[in-house]
Design a binder for this molecule. Structure first.
Ligand code: NAD
Length: 494
């Protein structure tokens, strides 16, 4: 089979115990381009039996060559995955862009390089990791020595979303493998390709069969649920919507399996009058519109101190109106489509609700006028509103589109209360040139990550995750080890 055709085939197949397979369900689903509605691939859905085979392969691999492998060799292989992805950079880029519709300029700088780097960072962390030791006195004067031993947790179920498919999946698979676990991954049904392609890289760099498995399908009564309810899955790491997290947690409760959740958000930006306005506009323009607003850390509520409110609205409007919707491979494109028609319907419902409720539509609010070849794509206009009440659904609920509401505020106290008035707690950006104010306000925001004068600036050694309904646990650097390893304390009486 020619290589091109082979690559197309494997993107749509399950990967179980080192082999690509169409599985046993006989069921397929269509992977549709969000750019123009064309067919990308016909994906083979995994059956309950296929998921069981994947979990069994992962379980067996824990004690096979992978389990017996010296740490240095294992980490050499994990680092090798980075080179494996880089060697096929263009294939990964093309597949990711086809599935998501995002601009090539974004995916080539973010999704694929960061997706690969996630293996390197966790290989490096494990190279430098050491266990802890504690001496203790005892009444008889001889003392005791405690030391910790960390072991892999076992078979990790990984369930990932569609907004940054490779990057968010490897953010979990990287530490899982570096810590010696095995994984069964269920990528989003909207973006199955790069997760499936990674199987071929795993084989080529010497990851033993069964260590990395991929099953395709949906959530309830499909591969997602089959995976989370499987009794041999030892822990589940999930990125996606909060309501899906609730459903997964119920399954994880059976057998008391550990979970790590990165969930939804409704993130504020706080712009003080003493900010550098150029920086604040540039940063907010990115945090609202990057990836067509489909970034969990993205801003959907902007609070601007009253003296600069009018100027801020005018300047963010101008920036939004410079966004260019278009095909991913066109150099000028800055804004891709939403992921699907279904998601577009959801976002457009919020657009309508805002207008019907009397919001001032500063810009956008509808569907862009594009070339007729794109009319079946999931396009929406970048949109800004003002004037909605604080309890409106547009202010309260995660929309996950290229839009924000801007509201004036008058005092620090008021804006801290407004920023925290949400069941979510993922991210916040504060814009101020007053360092004392930044240090005073930042710790009062109930979020997993608070940036000052930036957005999406990520050091991968730092803890990443959400508070309140935005998540459970933190991943990143050594923090990931808390989830991906099991600690035993050994106490020796001397
Ligand atoms: P989603 O919850 O709809 O789906 C995520 C994954 O879960 C998919 O693979 C889906 O098939 C699977 N799934 C759905 N129902 C399931 C079930 N009952 N059992 C098992 N698996 C199930 O999320 P999405 O729409 O793909 O992604 C967008 C959401 O993800 C947004 O809410 C966004 O905020 C969130 N997100 C959060 C972070 C973070 O780091 N906190 C990062 C990216 C995205």
């Amino acid at each position: 089979m020619p290589l091109d055709q082979l690559m197309e085939e494997i993107r749509a197949q399950n990967f179980i115990n080192g082999n690509y397979t169409k599985g046993t369900s006989g069921k397929t689903f269509r992977n549709i381009s969000p750019v123009d509605g064309s067919l990308i691939s016909i994906v083979h859905e995994a059956s309950l039996k296929d998921v069981d085979a994947a979990v069994k392969a992962a379980k067996a691999a824990l004690t096979g060559p992978w389990g017996e492998m010296p740490l240095a060799k294992r980490l050499e292989i994990v680092s090798g995955i980075v080179e494996g992805i880089q060697a096929r950079f263009d294939d990964f880029l093309e597949a990711e862009v086809a599935d998501t519709g995002k601009p090539m300029s974004l995916a080539s700088h973010l999704d694929i390089p960061r997706g690969a780097a996630n293996f390197q960072i966790f290989a490096d962390i494990m190279r430098n990791h050491h266990d802890a030791a504690f001496r203790m006195p005892t009444p008889d004067g001889t003392g005791a020595l405690n030391y910790t031993v960390s072991r892999p947790k076992g078979v990790i179920g990984v369930i990932s979303p569609w907004n940054l498919p490779l990057l968010l999946m490897t953010w979990k698979v990287g530490p899982a493998l570096a810590c010696g676990n095995t994984v069964v991954v269920k990528p989003s049904e909207e973006t199955p390709s790069t997760t499936a392609m990674l199987g071929d890289v795993m084989n080529s760099v010497g990851v033993p069969p069964g260590v990395y498995n991929v099953i395709h399908g949906f959530g309830p009564n499909s591969a997602g649920e089959f995976l989370t309810q499987h009794p041999d899955v030892d822990a589940i790491t999930f990125t996606g919507e909060t309501v899906t997290g609730e459903a997964i947690m119920k399954k994880a409760a059976v057998g008391i399996r550990d979970v790590s959740f990165e969930l939804g958000g409704k993130n504020p930006a706080i712009v003080f009058a003493d900010c550098d306005l150029d920086k604040a506009i540039e940063g907010t323009n990115r945090s609202v519109f990057a990836n067509c607003g489909q970034v969990c850390l993205g801003t959907e509520k902007v609070f601007v101190e009253r003296p600069i409110f009018d100027e801020f609205v005018v300047r963010l409007k101008a920036a939004a109106e410079k966004q260019i919707c278009g095909r991913p491979d066109e150099k000028a494109t800055t804004l891709g489509p939403l992921i699907s028609q279904e998601h577009r319907d959801k976002v457009l419902n919020y657009y309508k609700l805002a207008a019907d409720s009397g919001a001032t539509v500063v810009t956008g609010g509808g569907v862009p006028n594009l070339d007729s070849s794109l009319e079946k794509g999931a396009w929406v206009e970048p949109t800004i509103w003002t004037g909605l009440p604080d309890d409106h659904p547009v202010i309260k609920e995660e929309i996950f589109g290229p839009c924000c509401h801007i509201r004036p505020f008058d005092s620090e106290e008021e804006v801290i209360a407004l920023a925290n008035d949400t069941p979510y707690g993922l991210a916040c950006s504060i814009w101020t040139e007053n360092l004392t104010r930044a240090h005073r306000v930042a710790p009062q925001i109930e979020s997993g990550i608070t940036w000052v004068n930036s957005w999406f600036l990520r050091d991968l050694r730092t803890p990443f995750g959400g508070s309140k309904q935005s998540g459970i646990g933190r991943e990143g650097g050594d923090y990931s080890l808390e989830f991906y390893t099991e600690l035993t304390n050994i106490c020796i009486k001397l």
